[in-house]
Design a protein around this ligand. Structure first.
Ligand SMILES: C[S@@+](CC[C@H](N)C(=O)[O-])C[C@H]1O[C@@H](n2cnc3c(N)ncnc32)[C@H](O)[C@@H]1O
Length: 397
Protein backbone atom coordinates (compact mmCIF):
# COMPACT_ATOMS: atom_id res chain seq x y z
CA UNK A 1 0.00 0.00 0.00
CA UNK A 2 1.34 3.41 -0.86
CA UNK A 3 1.88 5.78 2.04
CA UNK A 4 -0.68 8.48 1.32
CA UNK A 5 0.72 11.97 1.44
CA UNK A 6 -1.97 13.15 3.82
CA UNK A 7 -1.03 10.47 6.39
CA UNK A 8 2.66 11.28 6.14
CA UNK A 9 1.85 14.96 6.28
CA UNK A 10 -0.01 14.51 9.57
CA UNK A 11 2.66 12.30 11.08
CA UNK A 12 5.47 14.70 10.15
CA UNK A 13 3.58 17.63 11.66
CA UNK A 14 4.12 16.14 15.13
CA UNK A 15 7.43 14.33 14.57
CA UNK A 16 9.90 17.14 15.34
CA UNK A 17 10.26 19.95 17.85
CA UNK A 18 12.15 22.27 15.46
CA UNK A 19 10.67 24.14 12.47
CA UNK A 20 11.18 22.14 9.27
CA UNK A 21 10.11 22.30 5.64
CA UNK A 22 9.23 19.23 3.62
CA UNK A 23 9.03 19.01 -0.15
CA UNK A 24 6.99 16.00 -1.24
CA UNK A 25 7.41 13.84 -4.34
CA UNK A 26 4.68 15.85 -6.07
CA UNK A 27 6.82 18.99 -5.74
CA UNK A 28 4.64 20.64 -3.06
CA UNK A 29 6.29 22.10 0.03
CA UNK A 30 4.86 22.20 3.58
CA UNK A 31 6.22 24.05 6.59
CA UNK A 32 5.89 22.51 10.08
CA UNK A 33 6.54 24.39 13.32
CA UNK A 34 6.86 28.08 14.09
CA UNK A 35 9.92 30.22 13.37
CA UNK A 36 12.84 30.06 10.96
CA UNK A 37 13.15 26.75 9.14
CA UNK A 38 16.13 24.81 10.48
CA UNK A 39 16.07 21.76 8.23
CA UNK A 40 14.64 21.08 4.77
CA UNK A 41 13.68 17.56 3.74
CA UNK A 42 12.96 16.55 0.16
CA UNK A 43 11.22 13.25 -0.60
CA UNK A 44 12.22 12.15 -4.07
CA UNK A 45 9.88 9.15 -3.99
CA UNK A 46 6.83 7.73 -2.22
CA UNK A 47 7.16 5.36 0.75
CA UNK A 48 5.14 2.33 1.75
CA UNK A 49 3.30 2.83 5.00
CA UNK A 50 4.01 -0.66 6.30
CA UNK A 51 7.79 -0.29 5.78
CA UNK A 52 7.93 3.13 7.31
CA UNK A 53 5.83 2.33 10.33
CA UNK A 54 7.58 -0.94 11.21
CA UNK A 55 11.21 0.21 10.95
CA UNK A 56 11.28 3.95 10.33
CA UNK A 57 14.97 4.51 10.95
CA UNK A 58 16.05 1.68 8.66
CA UNK A 59 13.74 2.70 5.82
CA UNK A 60 14.66 6.36 6.10
CA UNK A 61 18.37 5.63 6.43
CA UNK A 62 18.32 3.47 3.30
CA UNK A 63 16.38 6.18 1.49
CA UNK A 64 19.02 8.70 2.54
CA UNK A 65 21.88 6.43 1.44
CA UNK A 66 20.31 6.04 -2.00
CA UNK A 67 19.30 9.70 -2.34
CA UNK A 68 15.56 9.04 -2.22
CA UNK A 69 15.61 11.63 0.55
CA UNK A 70 17.71 14.77 0.68
CA UNK A 71 18.29 16.71 3.88
CA UNK A 72 19.46 20.31 3.91
CA UNK A 73 20.68 21.44 7.33
CA UNK A 74 21.99 19.42 10.27
CA UNK A 75 20.98 15.75 10.28
CA UNK A 76 22.08 15.60 13.92
CA UNK A 77 19.65 18.37 14.87
CA UNK A 78 16.84 16.75 12.91
CA UNK A 79 17.34 13.33 14.52
CA UNK A 80 17.83 14.79 18.02
CA UNK A 81 14.62 16.73 17.50
CA UNK A 82 12.72 13.51 16.69
CA UNK A 83 14.26 11.76 19.71
CA UNK A 84 13.09 14.56 21.99
CA UNK A 85 9.48 14.00 20.90
CA UNK A 86 8.22 11.01 22.83
CA UNK A 87 5.31 10.55 20.42
CA UNK A 88 7.29 10.85 17.17
CA UNK A 89 6.45 7.98 14.80
CA UNK A 90 10.08 8.14 13.67
CA UNK A 91 11.40 6.79 16.96
CA UNK A 92 8.87 4.00 17.40
CA UNK A 93 10.90 0.86 16.77
CA UNK A 94 8.30 -1.54 18.14
CA UNK A 95 8.04 -3.28 14.77
CA UNK A 96 11.68 -4.19 15.16
CA UNK A 97 10.96 -6.24 18.28
CA UNK A 98 10.27 -9.44 16.35
CA UNK A 99 13.39 -9.28 14.25
CA UNK A 100 15.42 -8.51 17.40
CA UNK A 101 14.58 -11.96 18.69
CA UNK A 102 16.49 -13.68 15.94
CA UNK A 103 19.55 -11.54 16.59
CA UNK A 104 19.82 -12.26 20.26
CA UNK A 105 20.93 -15.86 20.03
CA UNK A 106 23.82 -15.50 17.63
CA UNK A 107 27.12 -14.56 19.20
CA UNK A 108 29.18 -17.67 18.66
CA UNK A 109 32.94 -17.10 18.33
CA UNK A 110 32.55 -17.56 14.55
CA UNK A 111 29.69 -15.07 14.26
CA UNK A 112 31.50 -12.50 16.46
CA UNK A 113 34.55 -12.79 14.21
CA UNK A 114 32.42 -12.11 11.11
CA UNK A 115 30.61 -9.20 12.77
CA UNK A 116 33.85 -7.56 13.87
CA UNK A 117 35.48 -8.20 10.50
CA UNK A 118 32.64 -6.43 8.68
CA UNK A 119 33.09 -3.26 10.75
CA UNK A 120 36.77 -2.96 11.67
CA UNK A 121 38.37 -4.53 8.64
CA UNK A 122 36.90 -1.92 6.27
CA UNK A 123 40.56 -0.94 6.46
CA UNK A 124 42.93 1.03 8.64
CA UNK A 125 43.13 3.62 5.83
CA UNK A 126 39.44 4.38 6.16
CA UNK A 127 39.58 4.96 9.93
CA UNK A 128 42.87 6.80 9.62
CA UNK A 129 41.15 9.43 7.46
CA UNK A 130 38.84 10.72 10.21
CA UNK A 131 39.88 9.34 13.61
CA UNK A 132 42.60 11.27 15.41
CA UNK A 133 46.26 10.26 15.21
CA UNK A 134 45.94 7.82 18.12
CA UNK A 135 43.31 5.84 16.15
CA UNK A 136 41.14 5.66 19.24
CA UNK A 137 37.61 4.58 18.41
CA UNK A 138 35.65 5.34 21.57
CA UNK A 139 34.43 8.30 23.59
CA UNK A 140 37.14 10.88 24.36
CA UNK A 141 37.40 12.81 27.63
CA UNK A 142 37.34 16.61 27.22
CA UNK A 143 38.85 18.07 30.37
CA UNK A 144 38.41 21.56 28.93
CA UNK A 145 36.92 23.22 25.85
CA UNK A 146 40.28 23.88 24.24
CA UNK A 147 41.33 20.24 23.99
CA UNK A 148 41.75 18.76 20.54
CA UNK A 149 40.26 15.33 19.90
CA UNK A 150 43.70 13.76 20.08
CA UNK A 151 44.41 15.39 23.45
CA UNK A 152 41.00 14.31 24.71
CA UNK A 153 41.58 10.71 23.60
CA UNK A 154 44.88 10.65 25.44
CA UNK A 155 43.17 12.27 28.46
CA UNK A 156 40.59 9.45 28.35
CA UNK A 157 43.30 6.78 28.43
CA UNK A 158 44.97 8.58 31.36
CA UNK A 159 41.63 8.92 33.15
CA UNK A 160 41.09 5.16 32.85
CA UNK A 161 44.57 4.18 33.92
CA UNK A 162 44.54 6.74 36.75
CA UNK A 163 41.23 5.43 38.05
CA UNK A 164 42.82 1.99 38.34
CA UNK A 165 45.55 3.53 40.52
CA UNK A 166 47.90 1.14 38.76
CA UNK A 167 51.38 0.37 40.10
CA UNK A 168 54.38 -0.06 37.79
CA UNK A 169 55.26 -3.68 37.18
CA UNK A 170 51.60 -4.76 37.28
CA UNK A 171 49.93 -6.71 34.46
CA UNK A 172 47.07 -5.25 32.48
CA UNK A 173 44.66 -6.91 30.05
CA UNK A 174 42.75 -4.71 27.57
CA UNK A 175 39.77 -6.58 26.15
CA UNK A 176 39.00 -5.16 22.70
CA UNK A 177 42.22 -3.15 22.39
CA UNK A 178 41.49 -1.54 19.00
CA UNK A 179 44.57 0.13 17.56
CA UNK A 180 46.36 -0.11 20.90
CA UNK A 181 46.73 3.40 22.35
CA UNK A 182 45.70 2.27 25.82
CA UNK A 183 48.16 -0.63 25.99
CA UNK A 184 51.01 1.47 24.59
CA UNK A 185 50.33 4.23 27.11
CA UNK A 186 50.04 1.68 29.93
CA UNK A 187 53.47 0.32 29.01
CA UNK A 188 55.23 3.60 28.30
CA UNK A 189 53.84 5.89 30.97
CA UNK A 190 52.63 3.54 33.72
CA UNK A 191 55.31 0.84 33.51
CA UNK A 192 52.73 -1.93 33.07
CA UNK A 193 53.02 -5.21 31.20
CA UNK A 194 50.11 -4.91 28.80
CA UNK A 195 48.19 -7.54 26.87
CA UNK A 196 45.56 -6.62 24.27
CA UNK A 197 43.02 -8.78 22.48
CA UNK A 198 41.18 -7.90 19.32
CA UNK A 199 39.17 -9.79 16.74
CA UNK A 200 40.20 -7.47 13.92
CA UNK A 201 43.10 -8.57 11.72
CA UNK A 202 43.78 -5.02 10.58
CA UNK A 203 44.04 -3.83 14.19
CA UNK A 204 46.19 -6.79 15.16
CA UNK A 205 48.74 -6.12 12.37
CA UNK A 206 48.80 -2.44 13.23
CA UNK A 207 49.46 -3.10 16.95
CA UNK A 208 52.18 -5.69 16.24
CA UNK A 209 54.00 -3.28 13.92
CA UNK A 210 53.63 -0.33 16.24
CA UNK A 211 54.95 -2.33 19.23
CA UNK A 212 58.04 -3.09 17.14
CA UNK A 213 58.40 0.52 16.03
CA UNK A 214 58.18 1.72 19.64
CA UNK A 215 60.56 -0.98 20.90
CA UNK A 216 57.84 -2.30 23.22
CA UNK A 217 57.76 -5.95 22.14
CA UNK A 218 58.74 -7.13 25.63
CA UNK A 219 56.10 -5.05 27.36
CA UNK A 220 53.16 -5.19 24.97
CA UNK A 221 51.54 -8.34 23.60
CA UNK A 222 48.52 -8.53 21.35
CA UNK A 223 46.42 -11.57 20.49
CA UNK A 224 44.09 -11.97 17.54
CA UNK A 225 41.51 -14.02 19.42
CA UNK A 226 38.06 -13.89 20.86
CA UNK A 227 38.34 -12.54 24.41
CA UNK A 228 36.63 -15.72 25.64
CA UNK A 229 39.53 -17.84 24.39
CA UNK A 230 42.38 -16.11 26.22
CA UNK A 231 44.34 -18.61 28.33
CA UNK A 232 46.38 -16.07 30.28
CA UNK A 233 44.94 -14.84 33.62
CA UNK A 234 45.92 -13.38 37.05
CA UNK A 235 45.96 -9.82 35.75
CA UNK A 236 46.23 -6.94 38.22
CA UNK A 237 44.09 -4.79 35.97
CA UNK A 238 41.53 -5.31 33.24
CA UNK A 239 40.30 -2.56 30.93
CA UNK A 240 37.71 -2.81 28.19
CA UNK A 241 36.66 0.24 26.24
CA UNK A 242 33.82 0.30 23.72
CA UNK A 243 33.61 -3.48 23.75
CA UNK A 244 30.62 -4.79 25.70
CA UNK A 245 28.36 -3.25 23.03
CA UNK A 246 29.57 -6.10 20.78
CA UNK A 247 29.05 -9.11 22.99
CA UNK A 248 25.28 -9.49 22.69
CA UNK A 249 22.60 -9.61 25.35
CA UNK A 250 22.92 -13.33 26.00
CA UNK A 251 26.68 -13.07 26.57
CA UNK A 252 26.82 -10.02 28.82
CA UNK A 253 26.75 -12.09 31.99
CA UNK A 254 29.64 -14.19 30.68
CA UNK A 255 31.54 -11.05 29.71
CA UNK A 256 31.53 -9.72 33.28
CA UNK A 257 32.28 -13.23 34.56
CA UNK A 258 35.33 -13.32 32.27
CA UNK A 259 36.49 -9.95 33.62
CA UNK A 260 36.31 -11.50 37.11
CA UNK A 261 38.11 -14.67 36.00
CA UNK A 262 40.97 -12.79 34.33
CA UNK A 263 41.66 -10.72 37.45
CA UNK A 264 43.79 -11.61 40.45
CA UNK A 265 42.14 -11.38 43.88
CA UNK A 266 41.86 -7.65 44.71
CA UNK A 267 42.52 -6.81 41.05
CA UNK A 268 40.64 -3.93 39.49
CA UNK A 269 38.79 -3.37 36.24
CA UNK A 270 37.66 -0.29 34.37
CA UNK A 271 34.87 -1.07 31.93
CA UNK A 272 33.71 1.68 29.58
CA UNK A 273 30.80 1.40 27.15
CA UNK A 274 27.52 2.69 25.78
CA UNK A 275 24.32 2.19 27.73
CA UNK A 276 20.65 2.81 27.00
CA UNK A 277 18.74 5.28 29.16
CA UNK A 278 15.33 4.94 30.83
CA UNK A 279 15.81 1.18 31.01
CA UNK A 280 15.93 1.22 27.22
CA UNK A 281 18.20 -1.36 25.65
CA UNK A 282 18.70 -2.94 22.26
CA UNK A 283 19.99 -1.73 18.97
CA UNK A 284 18.67 0.44 16.17
CA UNK A 285 17.81 -1.58 13.04
CA UNK A 286 19.85 0.69 10.75
CA UNK A 287 22.92 0.38 13.01
CA UNK A 288 22.40 -3.37 13.30
CA UNK A 289 22.13 -3.90 9.54
CA UNK A 290 24.85 -1.57 8.26
CA UNK A 291 27.21 -0.58 11.05
CA UNK A 292 27.46 -2.98 13.99
CA UNK A 293 25.90 -6.33 13.16
CA UNK A 294 25.40 -8.26 16.39
CA UNK A 295 25.57 -5.11 18.53
CA UNK A 296 23.45 -4.73 21.64
CA UNK A 297 23.31 -1.71 23.97
CA UNK A 298 22.43 -2.74 27.53
CA UNK A 299 21.09 -0.33 30.12
CA UNK A 300 23.00 0.52 33.29
CA UNK A 301 20.77 -1.67 35.47
CA UNK A 302 21.44 -4.70 33.26
CA UNK A 303 25.19 -4.19 33.51
CA UNK A 304 25.07 -3.70 37.27
CA UNK A 305 23.03 -6.90 37.61
CA UNK A 306 25.76 -8.83 35.76
CA UNK A 307 28.50 -7.09 37.74
CA UNK A 308 26.83 -8.30 40.93
CA UNK A 309 26.26 -11.82 39.60
CA UNK A 310 29.96 -12.01 38.73
CA UNK A 311 30.72 -11.00 42.35
CA UNK A 312 32.60 -7.91 41.23
CA UNK A 313 32.27 -4.88 43.52
CA UNK A 314 31.23 -1.57 42.00
CA UNK A 315 33.60 1.16 43.19
CA UNK A 316 32.63 4.01 40.93
CA UNK A 317 30.36 4.82 38.02
CA UNK A 318 30.84 7.84 35.76
CA UNK A 319 28.51 8.79 32.89
CA UNK A 320 30.23 10.66 30.06
CA UNK A 321 27.31 11.32 27.68
CA UNK A 322 28.30 14.86 26.63
CA UNK A 323 31.85 13.70 25.94
CA UNK A 324 30.62 11.15 23.41
CA UNK A 325 28.36 13.70 21.74
CA UNK A 326 31.35 15.98 21.28
CA UNK A 327 33.59 13.13 20.10
CA UNK A 328 31.05 12.16 17.46
CA UNK A 329 30.61 15.75 16.33
CA UNK A 330 34.34 16.05 15.75
CA UNK A 331 34.49 12.67 13.99
CA UNK A 332 31.71 13.81 11.69
CA UNK A 333 33.48 17.10 10.94
CA UNK A 334 36.67 15.18 10.14
CA UNK A 335 34.68 12.72 8.08
CA UNK A 336 32.94 15.40 6.02
CA UNK A 337 36.34 16.85 5.19
CA UNK A 338 37.28 13.55 3.49
CA UNK A 339 33.80 12.67 2.21
CA UNK A 340 34.80 13.00 -1.46
CA UNK A 341 37.75 10.64 -1.00
CA UNK A 342 35.55 8.07 0.74
CA UNK A 343 32.93 8.42 -1.97
CA UNK A 344 35.52 7.77 -4.66
CA UNK A 345 36.82 4.66 -2.89
CA UNK A 346 33.68 3.16 -1.40
CA UNK A 347 30.80 4.61 -3.44
CA UNK A 348 28.21 7.25 -2.64
CA UNK A 349 25.69 5.19 -0.59
CA UNK A 350 28.48 4.02 1.75
CA UNK A 351 29.86 7.56 2.10
CA UNK A 352 26.40 8.95 2.91
CA UNK A 353 25.67 6.06 5.28
CA UNK A 354 28.70 6.81 7.41
CA UNK A 355 27.92 10.49 8.02
CA UNK A 356 24.34 9.52 8.78
CA UNK A 357 25.59 7.01 11.37
CA UNK A 358 27.93 9.52 13.04
CA UNK A 359 25.27 12.24 13.15
CA UNK A 360 22.48 9.93 14.31
CA UNK A 361 24.67 8.65 17.16
CA UNK A 362 25.62 12.21 18.14
CA UNK A 363 21.89 13.02 18.16
CA UNK A 364 21.12 10.03 20.32
CA UNK A 365 23.67 11.18 22.93
CA UNK A 366 22.47 14.77 22.58
CA UNK A 367 18.87 13.77 23.28
CA UNK A 368 19.97 11.57 26.16
CA UNK A 369 18.52 8.28 25.02
CA UNK A 370 21.94 6.72 25.21
CA UNK A 371 24.87 7.36 27.52
CA UNK A 372 28.41 6.10 27.93
CA UNK A 373 29.51 4.91 31.32
CA UNK A 374 32.74 3.93 33.08
CA UNK A 375 32.45 1.27 35.80
CA UNK A 376 35.34 0.87 38.21
CA UNK A 377 35.23 -2.63 39.68
CA UNK A 378 37.18 -4.65 42.24
CA UNK A 379 37.50 -8.40 42.58
CA UNK A 380 37.31 -8.32 46.36
CA UNK A 381 36.08 -5.89 48.99
CA UNK A 382 35.10 -2.59 47.39
CA UNK A 383 37.76 0.10 47.35
CA UNK A 384 40.42 -2.39 48.49
CA UNK A 385 43.81 -0.70 48.08
CA UNK A 386 42.35 2.53 46.67
CA UNK A 387 42.72 6.01 48.20
CA UNK A 388 39.78 7.01 50.43
CA UNK A 389 38.45 9.75 48.11
CA UNK A 390 38.08 10.23 44.36
CA UNK A 391 40.68 12.95 44.20
CA UNK A 392 43.35 10.48 43.07
CA UNK A 393 41.47 9.99 39.77
CA UNK A 394 42.24 13.51 38.57
CA UNK A 395 45.99 13.64 38.04
CA UNK A 396 47.66 16.33 35.99
CA UNK A 397 49.58 14.84 33.08
C1 LIG B 1 34.81 0.17 19.45
S1 LIG B 1 36.29 -0.73 19.33
C2 LIG B 1 37.18 -0.01 20.65
C3 LIG B 1 38.63 -0.17 20.52
C4 LIG B 1 39.49 0.47 21.60
N1 LIG B 1 39.21 -0.08 22.90
C5 LIG B 1 39.35 1.98 21.60
O1 LIG B 1 38.88 2.53 22.60
O2 LIG B 1 39.72 2.59 20.61
C6 LIG B 1 35.87 -2.38 19.90
C7 LIG B 1 37.00 -3.38 19.96
O3 LIG B 1 36.50 -4.62 20.51
C8 LIG B 1 37.04 -5.71 19.77
N2 LIG B 1 36.16 -6.86 19.93
C9 LIG B 1 34.83 -6.93 19.72
N3 LIG B 1 34.35 -8.17 20.00
C10 LIG B 1 35.42 -8.90 20.41
C11 LIG B 1 35.60 -10.24 20.86
N4 LIG B 1 34.56 -11.09 20.92
N5 LIG B 1 36.84 -10.64 21.25
C12 LIG B 1 37.90 -9.78 21.17
N6 LIG B 1 37.79 -8.50 20.77
C13 LIG B 1 36.57 -8.07 20.38
C14 LIG B 1 37.14 -5.17 18.35
O4 LIG B 1 38.02 -5.95 17.58
C15 LIG B 1 37.64 -3.75 18.63
O5 LIG B 1 39.03 -3.79 18.81
Amino acid sequence: MVFEKTVLNKALASAFDIPIEVTYWDGKTEKYGEGDTQVRITFNKKFSFSDLSSMPTLVLAEAYMHEDIEIEGSIQELVASAYRKADSFLTDQSGFGKSMMKLLGNHSQKQSKEDIHSHYDIGNDFYNKWLDKTMTYSCAYFENDQMTLEEAQIAKVHHILDKLDSKAGGRLLDIGCGWGTLIFTAAQEYGLQAVGVTLSEEQYDYVVNKAKELGLEDQVKVYLIDYRDLKDKDFDYVTSVGMFEHVGKENLEMYFQKVYDYLKPNGRALIHGITGQHRGAGVDPFIEKYIFPGGYIPNIAENVEHIMTAKLQLDDLEPLRRHYQKTLEIWNENYLAVFDEVEKEMGRPFARMWTLYLQACAASFEAGNIDVVQYLLTKGASGQGLPMTREYMFKKH
